[in-house]
Design a protein around this ligand. Structure first.
Ligand SMILES: Nc1ncnc2c1ncn2[C@@H]1O[C@H](COP(=O)(O)OP(=O)(O)OP(=O)(O)O)[C@@H](O)[C@H]1O
Length: 220
């Protein structure tokens, strides 16, 4: 589903060059739930962003669902991202001025769906995360766990095959974190391929496979 071949990422500033990823080769299969762990600065977010086509590797190749994306133009990358991928971040990234349901509808604005279809899909996604009773609320009226559930609803509203989550439980207490992981496990059982960055061993143990990074190199 996601294949990386000899991927290298170098960040250059005027004073320093950082090898954030060093010759990464990996293959995430359809239906897998994989976690990525490693110390701060080892390249976890960089790897997730490259898998999610949010950042380009300096060297190497990426394949998403059999499509080699190396030569894709920005517009094609954006279309593929919108169609196949859903993103969840540690700090939720909700828009405070929009209601819960309007936040969830955002990814659908880039598709040719009607206002009614958008509303129905957003309601369905909010039901899946157990938040259909908060549709008209605004993010500031929600707890951290509820905000993350809205963010998950937004990630799944377009029915993506792949969900990429960057420390989705990092800002939550352990009870909330467990609840979020149970929602991700259910989405995985229903067919989504999931890659999750985490610092939490207990969360990683609940996934199928662990990828461990150290200084940009895959050590497991
Ligand atoms: N835009 C950038 N410009 C320059 N260096 C960067 C940039 N983004 C990341 N880096 C460097 O690349 C390395 C990997 O960063 P990355 O954010 O992928 O690590 P991480 O494992 O996700 O860390 P954390 O667990 O602290 O979030 C770090 O040394 C970081 O300083």
């Amino acid at each position: 589903m996601i294949r990386l071949q000899n991927v290298e990422k170098v960040y250059r500033t005027s004073t320093i060059e950082t090898l954030a990823l060093n010759n990464i080769n990996l293959n995430v299969k359809k239906g897998e739930f994989v976690s990525i762990m490693g110390p701060s600065g080892c390249g976890k977010s960089t790897l997730l962003n490259i898998m999610g086509l949010l950042d380009e590797p300096s060297k190497g190749h990426i394949e998403i669902d059999g499509s080699k994306v190396d030569r894709y133009e920005d517009k094609e990358l954006a279309q593929l991202r919108n169609k196949k991928l859903g993103f969840i971040f540690q700090s939720f990234h909700l828009i405070n001025d929009l209601s819960v349901i309007d936040n969830v509808e955002i990814p659908l604005l880039y598709r040719s769906s009607s206002a009614r279809q958008r509303r129905e899909l957003a309601q369905e996604a909010l039901e899946k995360v157990g938040l259909s009773n908060r549709m008209k609320h605004f993010p500031k009226q929600l707890s951290g766990g509820q905000k993350q559930r809205v963010a998950i609803a937004r990630a799944i509203v377009g029915k993506p095959e792949i969900i990429l989550a960057d420390e989705p439980t990092g800002n939550l207490d352990s009870a909330m974190g467990n609840e979020i992981l149970s929602i991700l496990q259910k989405l995985n059982e229903d067919g989504a391929t999931i890659v999750m960055v985490t610092h939490d061993d207990a969360m990683a143990r609940r996934t199928h496979r662990l990828i461990r990074l150290f200084d940009g190199t895959q050590v497991l």
